[in-house]
Structure formats: structure tokens, C-alpha cells
Design a protein around this ligand. Structure first.
Ligand code: UDP
Length: 462
């Protein structure tokens, strides 16, 4: 029988927006909480939970799902982002409330909801039940600052000239998150990102998957305004407790990784010789961009490992077949365990779209980058990788055609793999790897922030 006099571990619900780039950092944060004695239930949507492969890789993290109104198909079934968010904002609060009620009566009752900042209505649900409400941002401090300024009316949109924001380098329009400069193409995403800040003054905590030392002045600025804390990098690593996590994977993925094929292929390659190419879980490349990348990789004569999701595969040129080693010294896979790949010594360069998770993973594992951002925050992340942390280069797109040409790709791959710039970037990457590791390690800035969060939870009972 359970000893009722013994204090129970506090129980947190961690609610993630249903996409890979949100589930990964929130699952990893959940594992950190668990490590510090917190019971965690990770909540996603019914539609994405049907497609996830693997498990939380940690039996003590329970998984639950709420409805977004599109239980079969999610955003893809909604017809448009607008229809999706409208319905999710209606159905989500009810569905989350039902879950909270069930857990309150069936136990253990939650005392806190850590909610993805894209779902700000979850704060109302937390407060309705008298729970702690903690917003969780899966983008950088810099990008959050841009949308914060938009929400407060402090930034004129669409941005047409250089912008100076506290603690940040001057940002030209071409460095800004795409929605801020192009309101017409993505009105819903712009609104959703701005809306993250609409009720934030009521949140008990504002957690950000950035690293204090990487964006110190912006983080300091946010901390003066809000109960803001950095808790990144949200990357599992050997500096954390191996008993509670798989070292090099998150555990839940939208596609099944071609793991054995990938690792077998990588294991035969010399140290630092492979270009790893991935554009994440969402970006859709133009067909001519895919073909230029393919030609660039082929002409570079380097080994390459390229993740091409099934929905993108038909854009590949002839001769670039999935699964088998092609005549171009490359391997194309549907999905991989990216952390395992990035930490493999065969990988010398990451050609990336600069999603915030991919950026933090490469930085935390000390891998230099060739950046080809596509949209949203990726553009600002690319600017930081190049000009602030100086551990990556950005091949420029051809002005006429709007794509990065194969010649550029070959030139910059060689520059990084063999040239002086590559050497300097690798030195910087080593420094940032150490700093990110220290932030997450015991007594580091993020670790202390998580301790503070957990200590305050400990004092709260339902
Ligand atoms: N990822 C992975 N395997 C792949 C490609 C990506 O595990 O083959 C993971 C990657 O490690 C990262 C996430 O998917 O954690 C992608 O998030 P990110 O923010 O980089 O980009 P998004 O997919 O949101 O555009």
C-alpha cells in the first residue's frame, strides 16, 4: 500500500505542439525533470501519436493524447493552417481539461502544465484548475524577442529596413524570421507566433530551449520582463545520467529511422569525411533546389548521407536512389537518428535548414554547418550560426532563380572540409560544444534554472 505520509513527487503535464521539432525538446526536458524527481506525463495530439515510432525511451514518462479536432490527419487534414489553428483552439482546451479532470480524480494529480507556447490557451486551462502554468518556447531567445516586439507593437511589420533589438546584432530584413517580412504568404503562422505572447504576463514561468551563454544579453533582457529561464540545449548527452535516457536519441520520431543501414554505412567512412544533409521534418524544397543540392554533392566528390523524407523523394534526380549507396558516394535515407549521426566521428559537416533543434544539436555536438535556411526562424538561426557563433557558412542563392546553385555548394563544402575557414569554424565549434555541455551539466546555467523550477514546484500542492 502507498504510504500517504510520504511526500509525492510533483506531477507535471508537458503539452507539446504536434510536430517533431516541438516533441523532441519537450520530451528531452521531460527527461531532465524526471531525473530531478518530477513525475511527467507528455501530452501530444491523437493524430500525431498514431504516427510516432519508438517510445519515450523511458518508462517513467507517461504518454497521453488530446484532440486537436483532426484526430485522423492533424494539420494535413485541416485544409489550411487557419482552419487547423481555429479548430485546435476550440477543441484543445476542452480536451485538455478532460485529461486534467481524469488525472485529478484517478491520480496522481498534476500540479503544473508546461505548455508549448504555440498553444497559449493551455495557460487558461492550468489556471482554471489552480495549476502552475509554464510556457515553453522551442525557438531561440532572439527569435522570441522578434515576435515579442511584434506583439507589443514595437516593431513595424512587414520589416523593410535594418532592425536593432536589445542584445542582438543588427538584423537586416533578410536575417529576420520569414513571416515578419512576408505577412501575406503566411498570415496564420505569423499570428500564431505573435499570439504566444498575448497572455504571457499571467504565466508563472517562461522556459526557453536556448542556452544562456549563447544569447546572454537577450536572455538578460527577457529576464527583466518575465519569469524567463533558459533550459537548453535540450540534447541528450553523455554528460547527463545514462540510466534515464538513451544517450543519442530522443525516442519518438514521426518516421521510422533507417538506423542500421545508416550506422553500418557511416562506420566504414574515414573520420570527418561525410557531409550529413537534412532539412528537418517539415521543410519542402523546390524541385530545382533539390536537384542543385544533388549535383553539388555529387561534384564535391565527398561522401554524403542525405535524409530525404518520402514526400520529398520524387524531387531527386535520376541515379539518386533511396537506401542503396549511389554511384555518387552517397547514402540516401528516409529518416535517421540525427543525434547519433551528428555524434559519429565520420561526420565532418552538416548541411542544414537551421531548425532550432538541429542548430542546437550540431552546436552541442561540435559539428560545423553549411546553412541553407528555408523559412520561419531558420533564417535568423542561420545568421547566428554564421556571424555570432561563427561555426557555419551560408552559400548564397542565385538572385535570378532564388536557389543555391551546385557550384556554390561545391565551393563551400571544399572551403569547410579543406580550407582555413573550416579550421577556424571547427575551433569555434569545439568552444561552443564545451559551453553548451557546461550549461546543461550539473551546476550549469540551465541545470540551475531547472533546479529552481523544480524546487518551487515542490512547495506547491493541489
Ligand atoms: N531529426 C531526426 N532525424 C532526421 C531528421 C531530423 O531525428 O532524419 C530530428 C532532429 O534531430 C531534430 C528534429 O528532428 O531534433 C527536427 O527539428 P528542427 O527544429 O531541427 O527542424 P523542424 O523539423 O522543426 O523544421
Amino acid at each position: 500500500m502507498e504510504d500517504s505520509s510520504k511526500p509525492r513527487n510533483p506531477h507535471c503535464l508537458v503539452l507539446s505542439y504536434p510536430s517533431q521539432g516541438h516533441i523532441n525538446p519537450m520530451l528531452q526536458f521531460s527527461k531532465r525533470l524526471l531525473h530531478k524527481g518530477v513525475k511527467v506525463t507528455l501530452v501530444t495530439t491523437k493524430s500525431i501519436s498514431k504516427t510516432l515510432h519508438g517510445s519515450s525511451s523511458c518508462t517513467s514518462i507517461a504518454l497521453e493524447a488530446i484532440s486537436d479536432g483532426f484526430d485522423d490527419g492533424g494539420i494535413g487534414a485541416a485544409g489550411s493552417p487557419e482552419a487547423y489553428f481555429e479548430r485546435f483552439y476550440k477543441v484543445g482546451p476542452e480536451s485538455l481539461s478532460e485529461l486534467v479532470e481524469r488525472l485529478i480524480s484517478g491520480g496522481p494529480p498534476p500540479i503544473c502544465i508546461i505548455y508549448d507556447a504555440l498553444l497559449p490557451w493551455a495557460l487558461d486551462v492550468a489556471q482554471k484548475f489552480g495549476l502552475v502554468g509554464a510556457a515553453f518556447f522551442t525557438m531561440s531567445c532572439a527569435v522570441n524577442s522578434v515576435f515579442y516586439h511584434c506583439q507589443k507593437g514595437l516593431l513595424e511589420v512587414p520589416v523593410r529596413k535594418q532592425v536593432l533589438l536589445p542584445g542582438m546584432p543588427p538584423l537586416e530584413p533578410q536575417d529576420m524570421p520569414s513571416y515578419v517580412c512576408d505577412l501575406e504568404s503566411y498570415p496564420t503562422f505569423f499570428r500564431v507566433l505573435v499570439n504566444q505572447f498575448s497572455n504571457l504576463d499571467r504565466a508563472d514561468w517562461v522556459l526557453c530551449s536556448g542556452v544562456y551563454e549563447l544569447e546572454q544579453e537577450t536572455a538578460d533582457w527577457f529576464m527583466k520582463l518575465l519569469p524567463f529561464r533558459t533550459i537548453g540545449p535540450t540534447v541528450p548527452s553523455t554528460y547527463l545520467d545514462n540510466r534515464i535516457e538513451q544517450v543519442n536519441e530522443y525516442g519518438l520520431s514521426i518516421l521510422k529511422p533507417d538506423h542500421d543501414t545508416t550506422m553500418k554505412w557511416l562506420s566504414t567512412k574515414p573520420k570527418g569525411s561525410v557531409v550529413y544533409v537534412s532539412f528537418g521534418s517539415v521543410a519542402e524544397l523546390r524541385i530545382d533546389q533539390m536537384q542543385e543540392i544533388a549535383m553539388g554533392l555529387k561534384r564535391s566528390n565527398c561522401y554524403f548521407l542525405w535524409v530525404v523524407r518520402p514526400s520529398e523523394a520524387e524531387k531527386l534526380p535520376q541515379g539518386f536512389a533511396k537506401g542503396t549507396e549511389t554511384s555518387q558516394k552517397g547514402l540516401i535515407v528516409t529518416w535517421c537518428r540525427q543525434l547519433e549521426v551528428l555524434s559519429h566521428e565520420g561526420v565532418g559537416l552538416f548541411m542544414t535548414h537551421c531548425g532550432w533543434n538541429s542548430t542546437m544539436e550540431a552546436l552541442s555536438l561540435g559539428v560545423v554547418m553549411l546553412v541553407i535556411p528555408q523559412w520561419t526562424d531558420q533564417i535568423t538561426n542561420a545568421k547566428y550560426i554564421m556571424d555570432v557563433w561563427r561555426m557555419g557558412l551560408r552559400p548564397l542563392a542565385d538572385k535570378e532563380r532564388g536557389v543555391v546553385r551546385s557550384e556554390e555548394i561545391v565551393h563551400w563544402i571544399r572551403e569547410v572540409m579543406e580550407g582555413e575557414r573550416g579550421k577556424e569554424m571547427r575551433e569555434n565549434a569545439g568552444k561552443w560544444k564545451r559551453i553548451a555541455g557546461e550549461a546543461a551539466g550539473e551546476g550549469g546555467s540551465s541545470d540551475r534554472n531547472i533546479d529552481e523550477f523544480v524546487a518551487k514546484l515542490g512547495g506547491k500542492t493541489l
